[in-house]
Design a protein around this ligand. Sequence first.
Ligand SMILES: Nc1ncnc2c1ncn2[C@@H]1O[C@H](COP(=O)(O)OP(=O)(O)OP(=O)(O)O)[C@@H](O)[C@H]1O
Length: 490
Amino acid sequence: MTVPRILVVDDEDDLRELLEITLIKMGLDVDCADCLGQARSHLAQTEYGLVLTDMRLPDGLGIELVREVAASYKNTPIAVITAFGSTDNAVSALKAGAFDYLSKPVALDQLRMMVQSALRTHKTGGNVMPAGTRADNAQSCLVGQSAVMRDLRAQIVRLARSMAPVAITGESGSGKELAARDIHAHSARADKPFIAVNCGAIPEALMEAEFFGYRKGAFTGANDDRDGFFQAANGGTLMLDEVADLPLPMQVKLLRAIQERRVRKVGATVEEPVDVRIISATHQNLAECVEQGRFRQDLFYRLNVIELRLPPLRERLDDVGLLADVILARLSGGTAPAVLTPAALDALRAYAFPGNVRELENVLERALAFANEGAIEVADLALKAAMPLAASSVRAAEPEPVVVAEPEGREVSTPPAAEPASGMNAAISEPESELPASLPDYLDAVERDVICRALAKTHFNRTQAAELLGISFRQLRYRMQRLAIHEPDA
Ligand SMILES: Nc1ncnc2c1ncn2[C@@H]1O[C@H](COP(=O)(O)OP(=O)(O)OP(=O)(O)O)[C@@H](O)[C@H]1O
């Protein structure tokens, strides 16, 4: 196996030598250049596994080299070394196609991690890649043959080659998590963990410990050392889902972790290096959140280096047939899948899908329960319930009782609520003057009651129930799990 060769471009003798020695100690071959001109002639003669360039050079800027390498040596990752605290340079280099960046003073542990990760990328990106490696074989999970989906899949393959943070935007249920998984699966990190964190579902008091881990004894109940999401995702990808829901104090800590690439466990005195690619996602408009002061501008800038937009399903209704086939095949669990009648397919293609692909999954899952002999008719789709503006000729299923498992395991059924007040359960219908014996139990009972009513109203369509309640699907799912609310017969 040939030893990868690295090109170091820096006019500072001390730093160039330090980089050279460190790389040679890693068993790599190194060429050095002290200006852009020399770097160009090296590149013309040799194929490099990585180019590492300073930003300021005597005959120009490192970013020029970034653009040239990104355009003409697509299989060669290039990383830049930026001055301390110059976020702007790092972000522009990433946008111009740099694989990654290091800040001065260069921390050698970070340099080693970055080089290893770049060399994996180099291998997976070109013909030196060993046949059968995971990223090579990765198939996209994103179903769809529309032009916009094809373009999206091509973008994902390109993005997978760099470390640049990606911000995925798109409506709830449009496939943001699936896209993030795809980026990871196509990257040289595919063999390492992919960790998706729902930032809106973690109680604020636990956030730091959940993200960065904690040391034994750091707080009551910390009986052992524990890793956080960053350590769990080390070498791989960390997806910050619903990132707009992060409270401001946590945004500061996260920004620091991303910038320094180091985290400190709660209760620890030392920081540890982490090598994590960050992908963030939100269905909210993050720029608006910044304007409203709910999201820090600096973190926004850091996360939003490359944007990936997931189109809503209504913008690619041509994909509905293919998606429905894939979903029905999955739901059939190996038996002959149900099929949509032509009229049912037309009805789906005329529907706006506010809940996107997740809603299509929900609609089909419920339709299967009504379908006769494996054929799904328009009425089975119950689109009247799913879309209030739809034609009234469509049959809606009767509301079903919602089953709630009580904390001690006992199951009770609450009737579907006709009037908001009638769904109130005993725990919350106390006379006004009396105070609840336990505030948490009381609040849980209120939450359970409201969620059950929303579910009953939407025939247990969780996408719509979440919408009615003004929360995301994931937040609803989290709350249902916490309160042990299950679908009848689920
Ligand atoms: N293009 C697609 N092909 C196949 N399945 C898809 C596609 N897009 C979404 N899905 C499916 O739809 C569901 C929702 O997708 P996903 O969780 O990725 O959406 P999301 O945008 O992250 O949602 P949220 O904003 O609520 O977190 C999942 O079950 C996913 O598998």
